[in-house]
Design a protein around this ligand. Sequence first.
Ligand code: AMP
Ligand code: MG
Length: 376
Amino acid sequence: MQPSLLFLFKANILETLNNSKYKLLSNMILKVNPLKPESKLIKIAADAIKSGELVAFPTETVYGLGADALNGEACNKIFTAKGRPQDNPLIVHVDSMKMAESVGEIPKEYRQILNEIWPSPITFIIKKKAKLPKSVTAGLETVAVRMPAHPIALALIKEANTPIAAPSANLSGKPSPTEAKTIIEELGKKAAVIIDGGPTFFGLESTVIDLDSFTIVRPGPFTPEEIAKKFGKKPKIYFAPKNIEKPISPGLKYRHYAPDKPLFLFSGKRENLTKISNAIERDFCVIGSNELCNSIYNKHALKISLGALGNPYEIAKNLFSALRSIDKYAVDFGICESFPDEGIGLAIMNRLGKACGGNIFSEMTQLKKLIKIGHI
Ligand code: AMP
Ligand code: MG
């Protein structure tokens, strides 16, 4: 960020705090304690929500770009700011069961379980209540609802005293932000307020499950194994076929998490990826486990370590910033390691699959074909 801009933000905050009659002048950044949010700062952000403005805020998964879910015009601003297709519905964030039940119908048999497991990184698709604006649910009869397990998100919803519709705070198609500085770079002044609450805890978006069909439509930090344990039954997992026109969840038909530069996902044994990576003669980025990165000595390789293989939560947490960094470095393309698709690994592989847009290889010859150049 430019220093002058930083000054402007700081000046705004000071002006706001000194002024009892709070008025939004332009966008501002509020540095808020993620574990003990300062109520004075939360109030500023909540006032912005109540006056129909956009607020970027941290949740335990990724940063969200929030608006009053009951204000259709405010929610429309989210679609414009992100360049999000109008047919991709938003997740509604709540701070209590009561608020959840004001926007959707929680089936009786699940009420007790939801009450026990929320707040947590899991979103439930349920039948919507009539008062929700059309833009929130993209005209569907259902709504996606979640109670985030982050003190800032919960405090913001409580202070605004309204459900907050919030997709991830990135331009549509890009990896979700896990730090406030990414939002400042990418959305600039499109959000009236950006709450900087430090890095998010999980780094991947919430698990989304359709309660009616008991189907996971987006894997996330709340794993299928945990769902089975809490609900006493195994969820189905939805895998969208390629080029699907009308998927079970509208967001599935869009490309996501993609860097601008080409990304190729390796699907074979790690030892083979080491060999391939050491033989490439063009500048490239390799994203993978510490174990993989430590085995690569090629001077053309820019290594981005996600974490130890034994710690998939660390890998998940670092994934999106790693995907973003491919575009920042002077490299021609990126290649990425695959991980076991169990536990949170299912969500990691889901995001990687989308980020590489179907470019998967297991041998050097395949990689050459994908890159469409003879010499790598
Ligand atoms: P994002 O806003 O990027 O976190 O994505 C939210 C995801 O939830 C998208 O994939 C949406 O398609 C999905 N979603 C939201 N509301 C619904 C709904 N009513 N039915 C099915 N999927 C939904
Ligand atoms: Mg998103």
